[in-house]
Design a protein around this ligand. Structure first.
Ligand code: LLP
Length: 414
């Protein structure tokens, strides 16, 4: 179901007009559809139901508490990558026993925090990290459950900044060194070998790389299970891609499951998944108002009040986001859609046929629910924008707009 539709020529999120929200809460404004978040979770859970996975939402994609809470209510666990994310997860009411903790650079403080709360499992990305986790567990008189992140070395066919499963990436451990790494960890005090983790990259639009990775790792899981009686989880990571361009073919969870589930079955292992973008990417839009239309002799610029500080994906990955006019129009204009920040990289669309809009008109930057607000900054001293949740014909603020005072609140000594 598409939750972003035009009714009488006006863009709606579920039953609420975008224009009304922009007027009530100002722009730039992130709007999330609660129904879409729920639908995505249910679609994935249904497609994977033969293995009944624990679906751990990767909250790096969207760490707003209301988004987290919505998915927790659906039965999600969480995938975190920092002490800050653990704090947010607990604040949103997550059960620590359903939290997995990845990341190559966990500090001792973060490890102790996670041990104190009793998370399900650490995704360990190196042998030195295993030693540090062991030392922290000994010091605290507790046991740490771990899963090494193993690199299947498959090509994910995605942007190089978000491809992570190749052996030249900083993540995880080469598949060839798996048994050695586990043997080392098993010999460490206060460590329980709980499982194996893999994650090959993000925004992957075909099932093949997931299949190839699972096929490579399956045998390893069987061997590890035979070696270590406590070995019981296989975390297959995230990475399921979504539609950004209207002509994109999104990866259907049913097609994904058809290729992957047969490799996960019959092992006697609990399957864990870590989707981020799939759950929240198409649940969000960034609404922005046109400030000026600037006609340079060689190029036209539509200057808006949103910037790379609000949505950095186009600047960082040359990512494509569909741009829709809030008041539907068939007329287009070839232009760059740029923000007010003093950087040439500050664009949300470059060299594109865009809706023909003028000063004061509203635009919606689509598919902005994942890695949108979560990657926002206050660069150029632009306060963080507001976030609103919609469900049916109701809308409410889930993140208040910051003001200028917020920009300097943490500064001292003036
Ligand atoms: N698990 C691990 C270990 C990860 O590193 C990631 C994402 C995920 C799960 C979730 O991946 P997803 O299902 O969302 O693809 N900022 C980039 C994406 C970076 C992804 C980082 N890791 C972007 O805006 O495209």
């Amino acid at each position: 179901m598409d939750v972003f539709t035009y009714k009488n020529g006006e863009l709606f999120v579920e039953g609420v007009a975008v224009r009304g929200l922009a007027e009530a809460y100002g722009t730039p404004l992130y709007i999330y559809s609660k129904t879409h978040l729920q639908t995505q979770f249910r679609r994935l859970a249904a497609a994977m139901q033969r293995v009944k996975p624990l679906i751990c939402f990767a909250i790096k994609a969207n760490s707003n508490g209301a988004v987290i809470r919505t998915l927790l209510d659906e039965g999600a666990g969480l995938d975190i990558v920092s002490g800050g994310e653990l704090f947010r997860a607990l604040r949103a009411g997550a059960d620590p026993a359903r939290i997995v903790f990845a990341g190559v650079g966990k500090t001792a403080d973060e490890i102790r925090y996670a041990l104190r709360t009793g998370i399900l499992c650490f995704t360990v990305e190196s042998e030195p990290e295993a030693r540090r986790i062991s030392a922290c567990a000994v010091e605290m008189g507790t046991t740490a459950r771990i899963a090494f992140r193993i690199n299947p070395d498959v090509e994910a066919h995605t942007h190089k900044y978000i491809s992570t499963g190749k052996k030249e990436n900083k993540f995880g451990i080469d598949a060839g060194r798996t048994l050695e790494a586990y043997a080392l960890a098993a010999a460490l005090p206060n460590i329980e070998i709980a499982g194996l983790h893999m994650h090959i990259g993000s925004q992957i639009l075909t099932a093949q790389p997931f299949h190839d990775a699972a096929a490579k790792i399956r045998e390893l899981c069987l061997r590890l299970k035979a070696l270590y009686p406590t070995f019981r989880y296989w975390d297959i990571g995230g990475g399921i891609g979504i539609r950004y361009k209207p002509e994109d073919q999104a990866l259907d969870p049913v097609a994904y499951a058809e290729r992957v589930v047969p490799l996960l079955e019959g092992l006697g292992l609990q399957i864990v998944m870590e989707p981020g973008r799939y759950l929240c990417g198409n649940a969000g839009v960034l609404v922005t108002r046109v400030q000026y239309v600037k006609d340079n002799p060689s190029k036209k610029f539509i200057i808006i009040d949103a910037a790379m500080s609000d949505l950095i994906r186009p600047a960082l990955y040359q990512a494509y986001h569909e741009i829709r006019a809030v008041a539907q129009t068939a007329a287009t204009v070839h232009a760059d859609l740029v923000g007010p920040i003093c950087e040439s990289g500050d664009f949300l669309a470059a060299d594109r046929d865009l809706p023909a809009v003028g000063e004061g008109d509203l635009l919606a930057v689509m598919s902005a629910g994942a890695y949108g607000f979560a990657m926002a900054s206050t660069y150029n001293s632009r306060p963080l924008v507001a976030e609103v949740m919609v469900e049916g014909d109701r809308a409410w603020v889930v993140g208040r707009r910051e003001g200028w005072e917020d920009l300097v609140r943490r500064e001292v000594g003036l």
